[in-house]
Structure formats: structure tokens, C-alpha cells
Design a protein around this ligand. Structure first.
Ligand SMILES: C[S@@+](CC[C@H](N)C(=O)[O-])C[C@H]1O[C@@H](n2cnc3c(N)ncnc32)[C@H](O)[C@@H]1O
Length: 391
């Protein structure tokens, strides 16, 4: 495969399951062609600028891949041949290091590691045959990341243009207690129809991810503006392109038109959310408050209330959770009239304690955890408990 300026490239944006349509809509908005949602991914076509824009602007996707080859890979020989036909010498500059990441499952391989090794061998053999020396493997900080996707008897080989997942915007420290992924928070906001024209509050904000992502939407800020991408080390991609696109992204920023509020009962959460909003460049947009859920004050008529309450698998005292969900439902009824609430919940049993009938349920994945995003239209006097099979 040869990458020439302006050529139409086969590109793929990967994402959590449940967010494919959100990412597809984002890609169409960015001008992507032939946008086709798959399972945990969306394929599209575009030139190198489309790839750079996708990295900079996609909010709900995980990474952007440049497809190199697709074909049968029922065993070692077939996969080796598929990989050996790629002109790696044009993609990997002398002295550059490589790594092969693998996703999916192939029926012809007992281990994903063996499939990755097969691709690495094909790449190394081909470059050695042409240059007389081979690229080194660097697992931690490679110059070129090769992405192998296995699906039964077939494989797709791609370059990973993103590196660190797109969720890692750079405004939040990694590690520590498990907060919501930035991409999932952005996906939730998109599913909730948030576009910056509505007031928004997250009354259980934790590290502030939902409110910060909302502020990035409200200010039309590119989520990837302050980070680097794996494609920056590609020998065939002009550095000027990314500079231009970063510049254009800066120029698109605008002031927020409606309030964005984040609150939490825990002072450590409040201080983390403030710190993260500052790091994301939206401290002037997100109002962070220490507040009990029961004292919720929607920041305007028709506000969106978006939250991911604690659930047993990750955080919180499992015993106290049913009571918290009851308080959540009571609070929405008493204080949220005229608003729409969107809650990302992990356990149907807990969600029933809210005591309100959801108008919509969308299955999403927070890492490996299956969650439901529930929409509650909070009309005055709406207090119906859901039937048992509603969640
Ligand atoms: C799952 S975490 C939210 C994670 C958040 N989305 C993030 O990205 O970090 C739930 C949050 O709810 C807060 N919380 C629990 N009970 C609360 C209450 N009664 N009032 C306000 N906040 C509460 C916890 O302090 C915790 O920060």
C-alpha cells in the first residue's frame, strides 16, 4: 500500500459497543465519506487530512486506524502472506521501531500473541530483505504501531494513527479510582442530544468527566487539541497538516452559551473536578460545587441532568446504594420538573430503586461492564414505578 497525498484511504474509527452510531454521526459531521458503522467500529474513507481531523475531533471514538490489508488468515501461513504483501519499507523509516497490537479472535490461532508474532515476522523479514537490516520492536514507545484485527478466519491489518486511546485527552490523571471514560462520557452526552444549547448539570460529578466533556462541546473545543497522536511519527504524513488542523481547531472555539455545572458531596471529588476542568481549559465554563444530590438545583429551565451514579462493581458501599438510588429518584421528582435526566447505570436492580419509568434505555459498555443509559422525562407529577421487565 502506498500513501499518496490526497488519495482516498480506508479508515476505521474504533469505539465502545453501543457508540457506533454516535461515532458515525461525528464522522459524517467531519466530512468522512462512505461511513459504515460496524460492531465496535465505524469504517469510513478520506484522505490524510480526514485522518488528522478524526484524531483531533472525534469525541466518542477510541482510536483511528489506517487500513493496509484485509484478507483470509485461517492460519500462520495465510496471515504471514497477507502481512508480507504490505510495503512496510514505505511505512517504517530506517531506525524506526515497531510493535504489533492485536484485537479480536482468530479461529486459526491458539493465542493472539502468536498471530501478532506472525505479522511482526512478516514485517521484519520484508524490511530486512530490502534494506539489509531490521526494525527493532519497542513495546512501550514504538514509532509505528501496527494493529491486527482478527475475526474468525479473516484478518485486517492497519496502522494505528492514535496511540494512547482518544479517551486520554490529557486533562485527567490516569489511574486512581475508576472514573467514567472520557469517550463514553462524550457518547452519553451525544445520545442525550447535548449540543451546548441546553443548561447541564452532573450532580454526582466525581472527577468531572461529564461536565468537562460537555464544556468542550459547548465551547466547540477539539478534544484532542492538547495531546499527541501516533500518526505524528509516520514518515509519510506531513507535520504541517496537523499544525494547520490544530490552528483551525483553535480558531473554532467559542464561548459557552449555557451553564455547565458539576457537583458532588465529596470534597476530594470537587477538588479533582476543579483541577481537571482547569487542565482541560474549561475552568471558566464548568461551575464546580460541593453539594448533596438531594439539594440538586437544575441550572435553568429544560436542563439536562446527566450522571453516572456509583454502582457496586466499581465504587461505593454496596449496602448504601439502594437508598442512594431511591434518593436519586425522589430528588429528580421533587427538584427536576421540566428537565430531562440521563443516567448511566450498571445494575438493573439498583436502577429500579429510582422508582421512575425510563422513556428510553440504551445498552453501553463502560470497559467490560454492561451499562444502561436511561432517559427520564421529568414531567410534573410523574412518579410511576417501572414494571419489573422495564429495565
Ligand atoms: C461513579 S462516581 C462518578 C464518576 C464520574 N462520572 C467521573 O467521571 O469521575 C459517583 C459519584 O457520586 C458521588 N455521590 C455519591 N453519593 C452522593 C450524594 N448523595 N450526593 C452527591 N454526590 C454523591 C460520589 O462522591 C462519586 O464521586
Amino acid at each position: 500500500m502506498r500513501v499518496t497525498t490526497g488519495a482516498s484511504l480506508g479508515l476505521v474509527a474504533t469505539c465502545s459497543r453501543g457508540l457506533e452510531e454516535v461515532v458515525a454521526a461525528e464522522l459524517r459531521g467531519l466530512g468522512g465519506a462512505d461511513v459504515v458503522p460496524g460492531r465496535g467500529s465505524v469504517s469510513f474513507r478520506g484522505d490524510e487530512r480526514a485522518l488528522v481531523r478524526a484524531n483531533l475531533w472525534l469525541r466518542a471514538a477510541s482510536r483511528v486506524l489506517l487500513t493496509l490489508a484485509e484478507g483470509p488468515a485461517g492460519g500462520r501461513q495465510a496471515l504471514y502472506e497477507l502481512a508480507a504483501a504490505i510495503a512496510w519499507e514505505e511505512l517504517v523509516a530506517p531506525g524506526q521501531t515497531v510493535v504489533v497490537d492485536v484485537a479480536g479472535r482468530g479461529s486459526g490461532f491458539a493465542s493472539a500473541g502468536f498471530a501478532a508474532l506472525t505479522v511482526k515476522d512478516a514485517l521484519v523479514d520484508r524490511i530486512r530483505a530490502r534494506r539489509g537490516n531490521r526494525p527493532d520492536v519497542d513495546r512501550d514507545d514504538p514509532d509505528v504501531r501496527v494493529h491486527l484485527h482478527l475475526a474468525g478466519e479473516r484478518a485486517a491489518l492497519a496502522l494505528d494513527g492514535t496511540g494512547e486511546p482518544l479517551a486520554h485527552r490529557g486533562y485527567r490523571p490516569r489511574g486512581g479510582p475508576a472514573p467514567l471514560s472520557e469517550s463514553l462520557a462524550a457518547g452519553v452526552l451525544s445520545l442525550a442530544g447535548y449540543d451546548g444549547s441546553q443548561p447541564l448539570v452532573d450532580p454526582m460529578c466525581g472527577t468531572g468527566t461529564i461536565a468537562i466533556e460537555a464544556a468542550l462541546v459547548a465551547t466547540r473545543s477539539a478534544p484532542g487539541l492538547h495531546r499527541r497522536f501516533a500518526s505524528e511519527r509516520w514518515r509519510f504524513l506531513s507535520a504541517a497538516l496537523l499544525r494547520e488542523e490544530r490552528e483551525a481547531a483553535r480558531a473554532r472555539r467559542r464561548p459557552a452559551r449555557q451553564p455547565v455545572v458539576a457537583s458532588d458531596r465529596d470534597p476530594r471529588a470537587v477538588s479533582a473536578a476543579r483541577h481537571n476542568a482547569e487542565a482541560a481549559g474549561v475552568a471558566e465554563v464548568v461551575r464546580v460545587e460541593r453539594r448533596e444530590l438531594a439539594a440538586l438545583e437544575p441550572p435553568g429551565p429544560g436542563a439536562l441532568i446527566v450522571a453516572n451514579p456509583p454502582y457496586g462493581v466499581r465504587l461505593g458501599d454496596a449496602g448504601a446504594l439502594p437508598e442512594l438510588y431511591r434518593v436519586l429518584g425522589d430528588t429528580l421528582k421533587a427538584r427536576g420538573a421540566g428537565c430531562t435526566a440521563w443516567l448511566l447505570v450498571g445494575e438493573p436492580e439498583l436502577a429500579r430503586r429510582i422508582g421512575l419509568r425510563p422513556q428510553r434505555r440504551i445498552v453501553l459498555f463502560n470497559g467490560p461492564i454492561e451499562c444502561r443509559l436511561l432517559r427520564f422525562d421529568l414531567y410534573r407529577g410523574d412518579g410511576h414505578a417501572p414494571p419489573d421487565d422495564a429495565l
